[in-house]
Design a protein around this ligand. Structure first.
Ligand code: F6P
Length: 364
């Protein structure tokens, strides 16, 4: 009987998920003793009745490396350890279905699992590993906030989208003499904002790691006005906040969705600037445009390497580890190390220093 590998994509989607799936399947097809299955919508496919599993063979994955999204779908609502259940009165609770998941994996003769997911997903991977599941992680997130890997796939694509938005805002800002605010993704880490600001030549960048002083932002706009520059570009991460303030967002009403839905800090910033400066401003929220669409060549290549490595780690029984990119080499690290902290923009980070050295204001 063939060995069975289960692939799951969990958490928010990310350009390059399909390229990882394709690489795993193509690499596995070179071995005669493995077959690959996908669980639909993360672990939900394994926990639903009837099971929602799909055989992933070479035909199924042909050409999918250029596609955004995940052919096996994904979810960031609930999981095996906090499965949402509706009470008769309509309220929701979450229950631990991890033991049931493990029984189902055994019943389906699943020998190993590859989980393609971000920090929350890899926390689940670690918990499952501690309960005896043979699991390998692949780091995914446009936010690039996972430790132990120099980059996650999907990040470069998001930076391209955000930079393209900055470039476009520059042209309209100059023709109208406006200050434009671009709100980009980045819940805890400001990597997308910082990279897009440097690449696009923004004047101000505000990131979650550095609570901003609105007076510093105003001073930078005034500095430009004094130099007869009548437009300005501000890039702000969705997770940024003013000094002493909170992040801007709303609570989700969806069962199992634990995060705050971030969004709106750009409008808040515009309101705060306008209290002091009478200038024309507009806000653009880039949102999920950063997560959809065709992955860049770089992300496809990285994702493909991650997929091949993940399968080989399964063969080598390197369970409880995550694929990683380190110094241009594809390697691995214990999942525990990858989830110990978040990969945040460090004060000593050279890109942050570069931004400051070329005159970009970071709001501090
Ligand atoms: O984690 C990646 C991310 O893009 C965050 O930057 C963002 O806050 C979140 O996903 C939004 O996810 P969703 O809208 O799918 O719940």
């Amino acid at each position: 009987m063939k060995k069975r590998l289960l692939v799951v994509t969990t958490g928010g989607d990310c350009p390059g998920l399909n390229a990882v799936i394709r690489a795993i399947v193509k690499r596995a097809a070179r071995e005669s003793n493995w077959e690959v299955l996908g669980s639909i919508e993360g672990y939900h496919g394994m926990l639903q009745e009837p099971l929602q599993l799909v055989l992933l063979d070479s035909n199924k994955v042909s050409g999918i490396h250029v596609m955004g999204g995940s052919i096996i779908r994904t979810t960031n609502k609930g999981g095996p350890f906090n499965w949402p259940v509706k009470n008769p009165d309509g309220s929701w609770i979450t229950v631990d279905r991890s033991d049931e998941l493990i029984r189902r994996l055994q019943y389906q003769n699943i020998d190993a699992v590859i989980c393609i997911g971000g920090d929350g997903s890899q926390r689940i991977s670690q918990q499952l590993f501690e309960k005896g599941v043979n699991i390998v992680g692949v780091p995914k997130t446009i936010d690039n906030d996972l430790l132990c890997t120099d980059l996650t796939f999907g990040f470069q694509t998001a930076v391209e989208v955000a930079t393209d938005a900055v470039d476009k805002l520059v042209t309209t800002a100059t023709s109208h003499s406006r200050t434009m605010i671009l709100e980009v993704m980045g819940r805890d880490a400001g990597w997308i904002a910082l990279n897009a600001a440097v690449a696009g030549g923004a004047h101000i960048v505000l990131i979650p790691e550095i609570p901003y002083d609105v007076q510093k932002v105003i001073a930078k706009i005034e500095e430009r006005q004094e130099a007869s520059k009548d437009f300005a570009i501000i890039v702000i991460a969705e997770g940024a906040k003013p000094i002493g303030g909170e992040v801007t967002g709303s609570k989700s009403t969806q069962a199992g969705y634990e995060n705050l839905i971030l969004g709106g800090i750009g409008h808040k910033l515009m309101g705060d600037i306008k209290k002091h400066l009478d200038i024309e401003m507009r806000v653009t929220i880039l949102g999920h445009l950063q997560r959809g669409g065709i992955p860049t060549a770089y992300d496809r290549i990285l994702a493909t390497q991650f997929g091949v490595k993940a399968f080989e780690m399964v063969q080598e029984e390197r369970f409880g580890e995550m694929v990683a990119l380190k110094n241009h080499d594809i390697t691995s690290a214990p999942i525990t190390e990858a989830i110990a902290q978040m990969n945040l923009v460090d004060p000593k980070n050279y890109l942050q220093k570069t931004a400051r050295e070329i005159g970009i204001c970071l709001g501090d």
